[in-house]
Design a protein. Sequence first.
Length: 563
Amino acid sequence: MRSDKSLLRWFHTDTPWVWLNAGAVALCLLTLLGILMLISVQGLAHFWPKQLLQAQVTTAEQSHRIIGEVIRHEQVSVQRLRNAGPGLETDAVELRRTLIRGANRELSESDFFWVLDATLSEQAHPDTLAVFERTRWGKLYGYLRELSEDGQVLLREDGQSNAPQLWNAFEQRLQRAHSLQGEIDHIEGDLLGHINRQLEALRLEQRRLELLGPLQQPQRTTLEQQRVELEQEYQLLRKRLTRLQQQLRRDSFKVEVADGRELEFAMADVIRAYRPNQMQLLDKLKHYGSKLWEFLSDSPREGNTEGGVFPALFGTVLMVLLMSLLVTPFGVLAAVYLHEYAYQGRLTRIIRIAVNNLAGVPSIVYGIFGLGFFVYFVGGNIDALFFPETLPAPTFGTGGLLWASATLALLTLPVVIVATEEGLRTIPNSLREGALALGATRAETLWKIVLPMASPAMMTGVILAIARAAGEVAPLMLVGVVKLVPQLPVDGYFPYLHLDQKFMHLGFHIYDVGFHSANTEAAQPLVYATALLLLLVILLLNLSAILMRNHLRARFRTLEPEL
């Protein structure tokens, strides 16, 4: 009885609840760390060069050679295998099978396939097996056998004696192809793009003049002369581009694939080639750094399952910054009015309740509102007033960076209002009364005393807004985000920041790669890597805001009254 009473008294103290809260916090931290470790391992391991396996697969029907990367192993029940395909005869209950990436996507139905370990024999990791990363059809696995120039064979492997010579010659030709491709990209993306922009500007200028009235002959002559000069320059660049493309198509090579065939490929289609089985640790580290940098700085390819995510990374950061610039002044002004100027009556209480309820509205509702109000109404009227020459093609009357930022600013506005108003409540009224007693006006008191002291709370609201907005996907699908864009919304042409352009977003990229990819196994590592990158971006943005908040708190600490 005495022990039961002691236990009952212990439950009536604060100690059990302290331990319960501590356990809940520890469990949350462990769960978060576990998720981060899972995402990090699954995502970052994708860039490490894996060894290539060559083996013989022998079944009751046939025997064939396979070449590929070992992805993972798993135990599977025999009954499940028999249900998938009859003909398996074994007394075992479970069998071990291996998922192998065979690549060579254009040569088979799928570049991933399962193989029972019991059917594998003659397993080896030859040093001369190579990986060829291509602009189309993904990776290619095989043996480099021949190098040609304009259809003429330059080198062919006749054994192990000239294999290093053939590979060195291939690498030199590959560097030449990359140099030519860089010149081609410069002409297509920069020079020809600049001329196309000028031609489009001339067309819009002519259209604008025609809307103002009949086009005069001197104006028509001037526009036509400029157009002719640009077209002549365009034709010269096209001829130069044709010559470079002919030089680029000069070299080709043959690769022996898993089934023994030798297939010819163009050197221009190869992005990177390496032999993972003979790479040392330093070579693997260099390759890992190169692939990681490509992921951060390059554009996606192959249905977003290859390449990098730089456009999505750039679009996410730029959108969050624009959203912060839009939501901060409106949120602060609304909070200042509600707390400092509005009569604290029933209407003000109703407004506060409405603001708090807006924070719980589903994000897709904001997306529909942004599409209807910002895109169709505001953007459509902007096009009619300021861009009539471009109609019926919309300029601001379609989804873009500006409307996506404005929609997310509206979504996060309640968070900033509530956080700022809470900060204003913590400032003692004695400071306001003291400033007014010394002769300061109400506006001066607000600007020089109240707002500086409330700035840490404002930054807290911005931090919460960034944390929510950076991961939103549903509203962005309606107001500007797309699967792939050829250009960034920032370039060297006035007005330099093109708010009307569509953009990519890391959250939508994860959704697209994870759920819309035809090759889920190839997309899975990129989903983890992109998710990790999105978390890091949100963390860095929040850390920047937190450092700014701490700086403001330390700067205006002298305004706080001594207790």
